[in-house]
Unconditional design. Sequence first.
Length: 488
Amino acid sequence: MSSTAKSRPARCVMVLGTTSGAGKSWLATALCRWYARQGLKVAPFKAQNMSNNARVVDGGEIGSAQYFQALAANAVPNVRMNPLLLKPERDTHSQVVLMGQVSEALSALPWRGRSERVWPQIAGALDALRAENDVVVIEGAGSPAEINLMASDIVNLRVARYAEARCLLATDIDRGGAFAHLYGTWALLPEADRSLLHGFVLNKFRGDASLLSPAPEKLQALTGVPTVATLPMWWQHGLPEEDGVFDDRSRASGKVTKTVAVVAYPRISNLDEFQSLKNVPGVRLVWARTPADVAGADWIVLPGSKHTSGDLAWLRAQGLDSAVATHASRGGVVLGICGGLQMLGEALVDPHGIDGNAPGLGLLPLVTVFEREKTVRHRSATFGALTGDWAALSGVPMAGYEIHHGQTAAHPQMAQDGHAVMPESLAWQNARGNVLGLYLHGLFEDAAVLHALFGAAAPTLDSTFDGLADFIDTHFDAGVLAGLIESA
């Protein structure tokens, strides 16, 4: 299949789900790579993403899922691929990022008041991508059958109609009730929109697929929609989970030599950067929510946070502050990234009402002041001379990204009193050498860092994307994927 001339807008293939967690993100990623391997120019698109997993791209920031989908498509990620990003800060409030930039005006609007304000930018972004590509792979959000949200929908059916997309509807069969989920979703769609569905996908199936009969045939008789793929359960597809969903199964490849406990506070951000640790031989990754979860860990990691002061209060309420302090006092390794770095300091100072004031954990003599302007940038630098447990990173170059309001510096009074802090090109370290903090995300995605810390390398992203494409090529009915982009 050769690349088409751009005499018409790109064909659009859309992945919808019966629920969140049905497998939309990884399936869209797999489709991006599958179509790219056919010699086509491909781009991903998700009109609105609600996630604190974000990446820095040309023009600002987008959801991590669309960032990885762009890489799978061999495309350069840009803000048009995810024009609206909602970053939850509290249960009833999200920071709104429109076309890569924070919009204070939209952030202040009620949820239902934003739709018509942002639709022109969403439609314009999709139009631009369709004009430049052969195929656009679109990801929906949640379920398209949320009847309380249909009137203000800008991410599911409205996009599908606008793009004349051919849609796949995926469901997680491992949860049970998959055929009811598929039928119920189809039944709740407006009758005119049912024709958009071109196939049902059963995801996370265990066992003998022949035992599913006659359910797929009966479902097709009821809806007119065929079941086009039964995808086996696949624990290690290699992509980070989207929407803050955790794989809580602690596992390691081979004998466990190091246990890394990542504290999973409510507003954790950029958790996707720890995915590579699951693939490092001998490393056991644990998501920690209680002191018991960090007991026996070699490392404790305080990751990024979309609401640092709130997550710090949660940390204290769980008793994890004492657990982290005890671990550090015994010489245990502690790492703080972005919001985690801010928590490790002496104080959070918020003169503009961005995040909140709070005392820090006091493990590094630092003070963070929250500024109105947000730092969003790529950065490449080299670690300076580190000591103790982190000495292996001395002189190691690293490339990553920064997304933060806080600006951090050494506490002036503590510096005068002789408390040690080592400002490096990338990080701050305590005198003992076991506590390290840095703003740069992507530490464990950097091959040089992984080799320095663990003497190992994780699979490359390209091999992961190719594995995804091979997987769907094997398990989709013959001709279905090509048929989705053929002319009617």
